[in-house]
Design a protein around this ligand. Sequence first.
Ligand SMILES: C[S@@+](CC[C@H](N)C(=O)[O-])C[C@H]1O[C@@H](n2cnc3c(N)ncnc32)[C@H](O)[C@@H]1O
Length: 298
Amino acid sequence: MWSAPPPQRFTCTGSSGPGIVGLTDSEDATAFKQFEAAGWSRQAYSYEQLTGRVTAAAAGALLDAARVGPGLRVLDVACGSGHVAAAAAARGAEPVGIDISRGMLDAARHAHPDLAFVHGDAEALNFADGSFGAVVGGFVLNHVPQPERAASEAFRVLAADGCAAFSVWDRPERARLMGIMSDAIDRAGLDRSVGVPPGPDGFRFADEGAFTSLLEDAGLGQVRIDTFDLSVRVEDGDELWNGLLGGTVRAAAAVLAASEEDRRRVRKAFDELAAGYETEAGGLALPAVVKIGSGVAP
Ligand SMILES: C[S@@+](CC[C@H](N)C(=O)[O-])C[C@H]1O[C@@H](n2cnc3c(N)ncnc32)[C@H](O)[C@@H]1O
């Protein structure tokens, strides 16, 4: 179902490195953005099979946090396949979705032909200051090289008294939907520099202090962080494995760039871990804890 990208070993050109807080070197940042845009375009039509299904379940809480209601002009940053924008429209708001991945925009327009989706970068929004009553960003802060820029840009385009809200995964120990593949990769001893460029720490804003500082430093007031417990139910390990390979970028790239033998070892470790989530009723149930940080423009 997925075509493996040719194995490529990425090296850091600047001060940044694997597991780093943010990418300070512009070559690294550019390479990471290109990797994300291409990776999400490949996943655009498989995203909703699992990951998008789960992120859609968090859309209502994200819109509530940004106080999205009828008549409000809303920017959906990193809109992906468009379900947050669609949920905003269902509330009577006027959403505009932006995303860096042309494949995702294609999927969003296909699924929601009446809504507006435009190409753009969360770190350099092509909109005037104060032009939105609310800004939402579902699971984007872990995908941009410099999240401070994305938060500042959200603040800049927000009108006075407007709200911004971002969702992120909690730590992988609690967001097991994301943690399980990562743990399997580690158990199998896969070299993550093959197939995956240096990128930002995917769980940096699971730390409430870091999340609060990000939003306050961007200029937002009344900042709060709320936690939501989601549960992901799947039929079996195959559905989980295929869903994650079709609904993530960094984890999928690491697995797909591995040799057949290494991939088999990851799958074995994955199945062992997945067995811990079997339910008595059959199938698997994994926790996927989400944090939503929000604030108001003064
Ligand atoms: C995990 S998906 C989240 C999609 C959607 N917001 C949701 O809640 O399901 C991450 C999205 O971020 C987008 N993205 C990554 N880097 C971006 C950037 N610099 N600017 C805009 N979008 C970006 C990807 O293309 C992808 O659609």
